[in-house]
Design a protein around this ligand. Structure first.
Ligand SMILES: C[S@@+](CC[C@H](N)C(=O)[O-])C[C@H]1O[C@@H](n2cnc3c(N)ncnc32)[C@H](O)[C@@H]1O
Length: 268
């Protein structure tokens, strides 16, 4: 969620024209086509910002990521930036997990992503897969299948224990040198998870970006902690600047019901 407006259209200029058009339409809040072919109004807060999206794209490109995974597809803002990165580097695959894609989001994210991937003139081999199940089950399934990813974006349900479980299961799928990215650093729950990682998971080294609302870790080693390892960790409060995101969330919760689409993070 964010308060950013589209701002400068030139921000999208590195993207292929069809991704640019799709993202511009989403950021303008235009009605979007759902899985049933009908147009739906979208709520204008459930999304990553343009800067966050371009950062995800840059992380993919700069780190040669060929396979990405995300928890929380929603309307597909982050998915489109990640797919755009795969197109930009000449190919790649993206997997998105979301059990509420059809019920809460009308299938808009998956519909957009499939349409862009299946564009007939697309020269880069890019694939998209949506898994219609909860992250805690799917991440285990993916490990059983032997899948691994170069970038994992965690933006699903945002309570502390949900995010910690997402991280624990997702980091097992993270390739050596791969990245795990958290969204919504304005939430104390996410701050607490990232603080735990910083203090307890030395095999993850933090990567600095210009976006304060995301937090990025790179897997630089294997987990060699002994069975009783635990280092207490502080619970930093989000900065006053980050808390502007909270004001947006509160505004949304007081918005008319048809704009709420359940809850900003898909309440269940
Ligand atoms: C903030 S939205 C994601 C926005 C998306 N990343 C974007 O940029 O457009 C959070 C998403 O998490 C999904 N979600 C909630 N609980 C989940 C779970 N247990 N597993 C996977 N996804 C979940 C919701 O349905 C919702 O689509």
């Amino acid at each position: 969620m964010n308060t950013d407006t589209i701002g400068n259209l030139s921000e999208f200029s590195p993207l292929e024209v069809d991704f640019r058009d799709a993202l511009l339409s989403l950021y303008r809040g235009e009605p979007q086509r759902g899985a049933d072919g009908l147009l739906y109004q979208i709520d204008e807060t459930t999304r990553i910002s343009v800067a966050e999206g371009m950062t995800l794209r840059a992380l993919c490109l700069e780190n040669g990521v060929t396979s990405s995974l995300e928890v929380g597809l929603g309307y597909g803002f982050s998915t489109l930036f990640l797919l755009a990165a795969h197109v930009g580097r000449g190919g790649g695959s993206h997997t998105a997990i979301d059990p509420y894609q059809t019920t809460d989001w009308h299938g808009i994210g998956a519909t957009q992503a499939k349409a862009l991937v299946n564009t007939p003139l697309r020269s880069a081999p890019v694939s998209f897969e949506w898994i219609d199940d909860c992250s805690h089950r799917t991440l285990v399934d993916l490990e059983r299948m032997g899948r691994a990813f170069g970038l994992i974006f965690i933006d699903g349900y945002h309570r502390f224990d949900d995010v910690l479980v997402d991280f624990y299961l997702a980091q097992r799928l993270c390739q050596p040198g791969g990245l795990v990215v958290f969204h919504d650093m304005w939430l104390e729950s996410i701050q607490a998870v990232t603080s735990f990682i910083r203090h307890n998971r030395n095999e993850f080294s933090e990567v600095t970006t210009f976006c304060e609302n995301i937090c990025v870790f790179r897997r630089v080693a294997d987990d060699r902690r002994d069975w009783s390892h635990f280092i207490d960790f502080p619970h930093p409060k989000p900065s006053a600047h980050l808390l502007r995101h909270k004001q947006e969330a509160v505004k949304l919760l007081h918005a008319p019901v048809d704009l709420r689409v359940g809850h900003p993070f898909g309440a269940h």
